[in-house]
Design a protein around this ligand. Sequence first.
Ligand SMILES: Cc1cc2nc3c(=O)[nH]c(=O)nc-3n(C[C@H](O)[C@H](O)[C@H](O)COP(=O)(O)OP(=O)(O)OC[C@H]3O[C@@H](n4cnc5c(N)ncnc54)[C@H](O)[C@@H]3O)c2cc1C
Length: 405
Amino acid sequence: MRKPRVVVLGAGYGGLMTVTRLQKLLGSNDAEIILINKNEYHYETTWLHEASAGTLHHDRVRYDVKNVINRSKVEFIKGTIEKINPDEKKVILENGEVEFDYLVISLGSDSETFGIKGLDKYAFAITNVNAARQIREHIEYQFATYNTEEEKDETRLSIVVGGAGFTGIEFLGELTNRIPELCEEYDIDRKKVRITCVEASPMVLPQFDRDLVNYAIALLESKGVEFHIGTAVQEAREDGVLIGKKDEEPQEVKARTIIWSAGVRGNSIIEKSGFESMRGRVKVNNDLRVPGYDNIFIIGDCSLIINEEINRPYPPTAQIAMQHGEVCARNVAKLVQGKTDLENFVFDDKGTVCSLGEDDAIGVVFGKKIKGTSASVMKKVIDNRALFMVGGTSLVLKKGKFKLL
Ligand SMILES: Cc1cc2nc3c(=O)[nH]c(=O)nc-3n(C[C@H](O)[C@H](O)[C@H](O)COP(=O)(O)OP(=O)(O)OC[C@H]3O[C@@H](n4cnc5c(N)ncnc54)[C@H](O)[C@@H]3O)c2cc1C
């Protein structure tokens, strides 16, 4: 009899967690497990702001998928997924097709530009290793070019960050640490560098306590960040952005580097494949399956689960994606074993820490507020824990963050 085939799409937090758990739960004779990912490597999405600012080399944020999967149980296919045909039980790749009996979709997110003019063309988004490397090199190129030109173009030293949520603030933390190094390297007066953060909503980091947020803002301001809160980016251009508050005349901020970090939506494959979704996120059942499909699970950033306490969706995070992966693996294993008593997902919120550069952070962990060095140490513990959960001690030793103070 043919073994059931389980196909997992995406080797990010959710996908790798599912596969590394499944390979323990199922024997080689129980199922054929296939993992498909665009690259041969996994990247720590939560570290991409560091690679983008240039404070961590991009090779430090990635590792080979084959190092963490059991190759006698899991087949890895390097390939780009173009579409899923859920009714035909097929995944369409750019160079072929793969059939499935059970499917787990964990393809992460795309940047959401809300239709703002020019953002697609002129702004960078911190989305993957290639994007991070391009942002780092773009900023360095602007700094390197500045002093070679007879007529000085100050816009080369101006950087606009759109969005003061988690990604925007973490990137600013790294960037403000990197700028003094860049100034020294390229003989540039620090005072000439302009960093502007524009946030449309009236709140910076809405998920955090106001004391902690004020600490973060004061720290970043002391390092030269100019905040425009309650101010929307209205248009991006080759040489800057138009920003403005409601009912006010827009003002121009000249900048050759625009980083857009104000929103994400589920991977476009979700919409292309015809799943009913809200901004590319599918409202999944409690057992993480897609309504109407008993054999398809969607987890991580492509899924949407309501937090009943506040009647709003849980924000997409690595923490929740990894917890989805654990439950999803147990549920897939049950289906393969012919069981029907699937487990419901319940989020166990262990807290969140937002870094403000290598040596500072704010956070709430197990209900306790932390900031400064202790929060920064906790952030590294969280980063190392994510590595441990997927690849054990050997991966932590290879890729972990150990400079605690
Ligand atoms: C800069 C930054 C900082 C963050 N910091 C934190 C944090 O501190 N804490 C936290 O909890 N969350 C954080 N997040 C959010 C977190 O990274 C995401 O919620 C998490 O990565 C989602 O996991 P996932 O498995 O859904 O997707 P991902 O981990 O993004 O993985 C998706 C995978 O799918 C692959 N893929 C995508 N499209 C295709 C395709 N067409 N074909 C083949 N493969 C494909 C990708 O290459 C990738 O390997 C941060 C995000 C960013 C950008």
